[in-house]
Design a protein around this ligand. Structure first.
Ligand code: AMP
Length: 395
């Protein structure tokens, strides 16, 4: 079956057409500037990227343009739309309603809408994508795959905050966690690659990209994760602060005469390694600046790695041990130096890094020596493939 995987943002739409038999992407692409002017970048497998500058006034037109690109005589990859057997949608927040992926129907759409409050920037955009596909491809089954679903197995100790209970009761304020599709995919691969028994395994997944989160996965189930009610909590990220003393918000508000909205923008968009270094949110730029002697860039990377190591320690405690630690996403997969710095804190676990293996990249790999007590792995994530697999399983 060919599955169209859609990840819809407020002004963008990422897609992949995946052949579920070969598990290969036949085409990947991105609609940008939807509602502004519009640009579609479409790349057929093994072919050149095509940029189409037709107007994209709304998401329905964007989906129509994607379908036109997929069936185009020159750069298309299918002859007719009938070849698309199902659509898999990434949905950011499923609240407590969704602990797994579901086939989309009107009831599911209404339930996703009810989670809009929890992810006001993301869920409405995801729903626009779902409704646009429903209109343009009626009859094609669709599946919603939630970023939060994998973490619904967390116990209360991990998901309740130290707040008055009424806020959980009234508003469902609790830890949800994100990047669930990636944590699920990578933990399963780590269990396989490390040769563990899935039913008796303790794995820590470090998803380190522009957004970053860590999860503790015991016997295949998420038991804790670093992101919370929103993706702002936990690790230091590209532009997000991660954990801070909540009183800092009031302190800055008074000192700088700023509103809560202003401060949320600072914490989400102007903090993290970008804010700390004043250089960039991209670790490649930070490495270059650090090599040139920029102290703030060095500090930002050092604080980032230290925070990752602290969370690993916390999750070893949460699971009373660990068998394997997996690094994934842009930074986790590519930056051997950051992995090495994180592992330098983990000698107490009997971890010994294999420097030669740690320098390699682009494939699933064990980067510790044979006698290391805990295996450390690099596992490239593939959220789109995970969404396609879930979709096929349900339709
Ligand atoms: P992601 O959000 O998973 O796409 O990851 C994007 C981030 O990964 C970038 O902002 C960089 O910080 C980091 N990254 C990607 N490639 C590399 C690389 N070759 N070396 C170091 N960091 C990288």
């Amino acid at each position: 079956m060919k599955v169209l995987v859609v990840n819809c943002g407020s002004s963008s739409l990422k897609y992949q057409l995946i052949d579920s038999e070969t598990e290969k992407a036949l085409a990947v692409g991105l609609c940008e500037r939807i509602g502004i002017d519009g640009r579609l970048n479409h790349t057929p497998a093994g072919g050149e990227k095509v940029v189409i500058n037709d107007p994209l006034p709304n998401h329905e037109v964007a989906i129509q343009s994607v379908l036109a690109a997929l069936t185009d005589a020159n750069y298309g990859v299918i002859k007719s739309l009938d070849e698309i057997g199902a659509v898999g949608h990434r949905v950011v927040h499923g609240g407590e309603k969704f602990a797994s992926s579901v086939v989309i129907n009107d009831e599911v759409i209404a339930a996703i809408e009810e989670c809009n409050d929890l992810a006001p920037l993301h869920n409405p955009a995801n729903l626009i994508g779902i409704n646009a596909c429903k209109t343009i491809m009626p009859g094609v089954p669709m599946v919603a795959v939630f970023d939060t679903a994998f973490h619904q197995t967390m116990p209360k100790e991990a998901y309740l905050y130290g707040l008055p209970f009424e806020y959980y009761d009234k508003y469902k304020i609790r830890r949800y966690g994100f990047h669930g599709t990636s944590h699920s995919f990578v933990s399963k691969r780590a269990i396989d690659v490390a040769g563990l028994d899935a039913k008796n395994s303790k794995v820590i997944v470090c998803h380190l990209g522009n957004g970053a989160s860590i999860s503790a996965v015991k016997n295949g189930e998420s038991v804790d994760t670093s992101m919370g009610l929103t993706p702002l909590e936990g690790l230091i990220m590209g532009t997000r602060s991660g954990d801070i003393d909540p009183a800092i918000i009031e302190f800055i508000a008074h000192k700088e005469n700023k509103s809560i909205d202003d401060i949320m923008t600072i914490l989400n968009k102007k903090s993290g390694v970008q804010g700390m270094s004043g250089v960039s949110s991209d670790f490649r730029d930070l490495a270059k600046a650090a090599d040139e002697g920029n102290e703030h860039a060095k500090e930002a990377v050092a604080v980032f790695a230290y925070r990752v190591a602290k969370y690993i320690g916390a999750y070893v405690a949460a699971m009373n041990g660990v068998d394997a630690i997996a690094f994934t996403a842009g930074l986790g997969e590519n930056d051997g130096k950051v992995r090495k710095t994180v592992c330098s804190y983990l000698g107490y676990l009997g971890i010994t890094l294999d420097e030669e293996e740690n320098a390699k990249r682009g494939f699933e790999n064990i980067i510790t020596t044979k006698d290391s007590k805990v295996k450390v792995l690099v596992i490239p994530t593939n959220e789109e493939l995970a969404i396609a697999r879930e979709t096929v399983a349900l339709v």
